[in-house]
Write a protein that binds this ligand. Structure first.
Ligand code: OAD
Length: 244
């Protein structure tokens, strides 16, 4: 099936209208939102998990078997994120919060680019690259200490690894936002990693309009209310004209 130019432009019009009418807009973002800032995604053909082992670098077993290797890799990713700049997609989402009464960003991204673009209410369901957390007492620090100065435990990146639970309070807030929103934009995620991938279905069950923005099909595409095939830095400024 192909989508004609007219169909695509009617979809864009309808999404703009739903955004203008919405009281609460929620946005679920994934690595694709930062692709145009030069940060690699995970599951695209040249993605991070095609080049690095998640068992070695994103699991507690991998960390315990070689903490230095894991710390070095996250320090490298943190340097990439700090050098990168927010793109037009991040900026459009930041502008959206000024035109809708309530706006919540739920991000799987750990790069802090939404916040640097000016977004205020950002729920980081997979943690972030800036902080480290004590493995024993859970104290969060932003320095490079290897051992926790409070309890002597091992400091680790404050990023959720495979097999670990998401921060419960943050994920509850994300579910609540998806239950209460009028429109959920799902941008730049393969929608493969649970429980974050369950959030669009929470919104759909609660009656929200769910709009996917992604250049590729995902398992969510057939279930979304509408799908816009394009990149976030191209599509989002067209949905939020106030941002350009
Ligand atoms: P993935 O790498 O799984 O998916 C990236 C998605 O972005 C794909 O569907 C691409 O089609 C899409 N994409 C690529 N370029 C894009 C662009 N310019 N604009 C819009 N979309 C684009 O990344 P996530 O779904 O974020 O977990 O992955 C989820 C989690 O898996 C990540 O948070 C990470 C990873 O393991 C942790 O680090 C805990």
């Amino acid at each position: 099936m192909t989508t004609s130019h007219n169909d695509a432009s009617a979809t864009m019009d309808l999404v703009r209208q739903r955004l203008a009418e919405a009281h609460h807009v929620c946005i679920l973002t994934g690595a694709g939102v930062s692709a145009e800032s030069g940060i690699a995604t995970f599951r695209d053909p040249d993605g991070i998990w095609a080049r690095f082992s998640p068992q070695e670098l994103a699991s507690m077993d991998g960390f315990m078997s070689n903490p230095d290797r894991v710390r070095d890799w996250y320090a490298h990713r943190k340097a990439i994120a700090e050098t990168a700049q927010p793109n037009a997609g991040h900026r459009a989402l930041a502008a959206l919060q000024d035109v809708v009464p309530e706006c919540t960003i739920v991000t799987q991204n750990v790069d802090r680019l939404h916040q640097r673009a000016g977004s205020r209410r950002v729920l980081e369901v997979h943690g972030n690259l800036i902080e480290n957390r004590c493995n024993d007492c859970s104290k969060i620090r932003t320095d490079d200490e290897i051992m926790c100065p409070d309890c002597g435990g091992l400091m680790r990146p404050n990023v959720v690894w495979f097999g670990e639970n998401l921060p419960a309070d943050v994920f509850q807030a994300a579910e609540e936002a998806c239950r209460r929103c009028d429109v959920l934009l799902v941008v730049g995620t393969s929608a493969e990693v649970y429980p974050a991938a369950s959030l669009p279905y929470v919104a759909l069950r609660a009656g929200a309009t769910v709009v996917e923005v992604n250049p590729n099909q995902t398992s969510l595409t057939p279930h979304a209310t509408m799908a816009i095939h394009g990149t976030s830095a191209d599509v989002l400024p067209q949905l939020v004209p106030e941002s350009v």
